[in-house]
Design a protein around this ligand. Structure first.
Ligand code: UD1
Length: 341
């Protein structure tokens, strides 16, 4: 089976490509390298000892997308990661986000229609739930008004794919709503590579521990949670990558009950920011400098997944523990630092 992975040199994309190659899929990566670099392709090949095709392509351009499909004679399936993802930046530059994230999806789906591509796996986010009324949150929970243009592009993309699936019964899509992906490949050859000051918790922690940042600011300690800090469902990126293979298998084996299905992809466990710090200190065997700071605007107090649907229907379950997630993130940080010395 020949799979197109858009955004395949990015954080989640690269880990998914590794899992696909390990299972002997033929993989073509399309990425414009706007938030990653081509060396990731070499690292993927080192890890898997397999070849991957790489195309530097901007999918927000219809001609480039058409050329990609033409060159490869279409694909059996597409896993679509390519998107801008910085929440704060999307508030400042909404058009950039709508242009890139929405046009790419439409261009891709136009070509998929032309080439009769069998399926699409789309990376959505738990951000669509906002602050859910009931926890753990199920896929049936109400979608809340997005708090940022980034979040809105995920909601709009879900709607576009849903409408298209209604119009075309031969097309199959699975929407995966990720919770908080963290950690890195056990080889420490690929991982998250934030440009500039990290906005997400784990890269900020590892960069502080390695000495690149002075101290972590914990955003808010007056939330209504047991220790006052926010709670999230953190999931190891390798577990998350494997969920994409499970989704593809479901469609390939024609086990999907509808031609569009949605799954929460998390562990089902919520951890607070202080619990993350404790676990990190344990696995790295060092104290992390941190201070409490005001709440960050737009943060949700607590969210974690009900993963029953994914566990039962995708026959997939997250396996790696919080300590394993943080240890792999720490090994990755140490490795990047070693290579830059
Ligand atoms: C954020 C996005 C989410 C996106 C995800 C991608 C927001 C509101 N949400 O999720 O839409 O899909 O990233 O990975 O930005 N924290 C600190 N100090 C820090 C950084 C974070 O205390 O320096 C806390 C946050 O307040 C939060 C938790 O750590 O409670 C996790 O934050 P983060 O890693 O940024 O992820 P989310 O905000 O959950």
């Amino acid at each position: 089976m020949k799979i197109l992975v858009t955004g395949g040199t990015g954080y989640i994309g690269s880990h998914t490509v590794v899992e696909l190659l390990n299972e002997n899929f033929e993989v073509v990566i399309a990425d414009n390298l706007s938030n990653s670099n081509a060396e990731v392709v070499d690292k993927i090949e080192e890890i898997t000892a397999k070849k991957v095709h790489f195309e530097k392509t901007d999918l927000s351009c219809p001609t480039a997308t058409a050329e990609l499909f033409q060159k490869h004679g279409g694909f059996d399936g597409v896993i679509h990661f390519a998107a801008f993802k910085a929440v704060g930046e999307s508030v400042k530059e909404p058009l950039k986000y709508y242009h890139n994230n929405i046009f790419s999806l439409i261009n891709l789906m136009n070509e998929m229609e032309k080439y009769k591509t069998q399926f699409l796996v789309f990376s959505s986010s738990c951000t669509v739930y906002g602050q859910p009324e009931e926890l753990p949150v199920t896929e049936n929970a109400a979608i809340q008004k997005a708090l940022s243009p980034y979040g809105n592009t995920k909601q709009i993309a879900e709607e576009i794919i849903t409408d298209y699936c209604l119009s075309n019964p031969n097309f199959n899509a699975i929407l995966l709503r990720y919770f908080n992906p963290i950690g890195a490949h056990p080889s420490a050859k690929i991982g998250e590579l934030p440009i500039g000051v990290p906005q997400n918790l784990i890269p900020y922690i590892t960069q502080t521990a390695i000495g690149k940042r002075e101290k972590l600011s914990v955003f808010g300690n007056d939330y209504s949670t047991p220790d006052g800090t926010c709670i999230r469902d953190y999931i190891h990126v390798v577990d998350l990558a494997q969920a994409h293979l499970a989704a593809m298998r479901r469609i390939a084996e024609q086990k999907n009950e509808e031609n569009i299905e949605t799954f929460n992809i998390g562990t089902g466990n919520g951890f607070s920011v202080l619990e993350i710090i404790n676990s990190f200190e344990k696995v790295s065997n060092q104290k992390l400098p941190y201070e409490f700071a005001p709440r960050r605007e737009g943060d949700i107090e607590k969210v974690w997944a009900n993963t029953t649907l994914a566990n039962e229907k995708l026959k997939w379950k997250a396996k790696l523990s919080l300590d394993e997630m943080l240890l792999s993130a720490w090994n990755w940080e140490k490795n990047i630092n070693k290579n830059n010395e």
